[in-house]
Design a protein around this ligand. Structure first.
Ligand code: GAR
Length: 211
């Protein structure tokens, strides 16, 4: 399916190890994200392990180094690369960099992000640590459309994770990450299906998709 001429072209942006990218790549290969292919994996840091993982899978992988450059210039180049690869849907997968408004506007309602908390709780960095320090009993992950505010756009899907008394940051992060790997491919498949509408802040699935 991923070789189909009509396949929808995904662009994955990452900054680190890339486990969410690998979960998405596995889901594409297994047909769990139907009629899709990964057109480009891109990072803002040359040393991102996710880039090496993409190359070892034979996927197009590029680095647009951010260090020492202004946000506008960096984002303009990233948008150019995404367009050059015909990307339709951008998936931020541990991309630890704010997008400029012109980046967001270049892909209206076609940028997704995953965040390791139940937004709007605990946006920003170290979301799992924030949840522990706050004393939350439940946390999880959120896949949302990206708008011009941090960790703020319309929510597509959330999965919950219980915070256990013995949890430290590593243990909670690991259990949330397992749920991220399920949530992100499912959210991408839903968005690519087009069977939804956005009503204000709400993602509303078309009747056939509701369970
Ligand atoms: C994931 O936990 C993701 O939710 C988080 O970074 C990690 C990336 O891991 N993203 C954010 O915190 C964004 N605000 P990965 O590189 O193994 O996919």
């Amino acid at each position: 399916m991923s070789e189909s001429a009509a396949a929808r072209r995904l662009g994955i942006l990452l900054s680190g190890r890339g486990s969410n990218f690998l979960a998405i790549a596995d889901a594409v290969a297994a047909g769990r994200i139907p009629n899709a292919e990964i057109a480009l994996v891109a990072a803002n840091r040359g040393e991102a392990p996710g880039i090496a993982a993409a190359r070892s899978r034979g996927l197009p992988a590029e680095v647009v180094e951010a260090k020492g450059r202004g946000r506008a210039a960096h984002d303009a180049e990233m948008v150019e690369r995404l367009h050059a690869h015909g990307v339709e849907l951008v998936c931020l997968a541990g991309y630890m960099r704010l997008l400029s408004p012109s980046f967001v506007q270049a892909f209206p309602n076609h940028i997704l992000n995953i965040h390791p908390s139940l937004l709007p709780a605990f946006p920003g960095l170290d979301a799992q640590r924030q949840a522990l320090e706050y004393g939350a009993l439940v946390s999880g992950c959120t896949v949302h459309f990206v708008d011009d505010q941090l960790d703020h756009g319309v929510i597509v899907l959330q999965r919950t994770v219980e915070v256990l008394p013995a949890d430290d940051e590593a243990a909670l992060s690991a259990r949330i990450l397992e749920q991220e790997h399920l949530a992100y491919p499912e959210a991408i498949a839903r968005v690519l299906s087009g069977k939804y509408r956005i009503a204000g802040r709400r993602y509303v699935a078309a009747p056939a998709e509701r369970s």
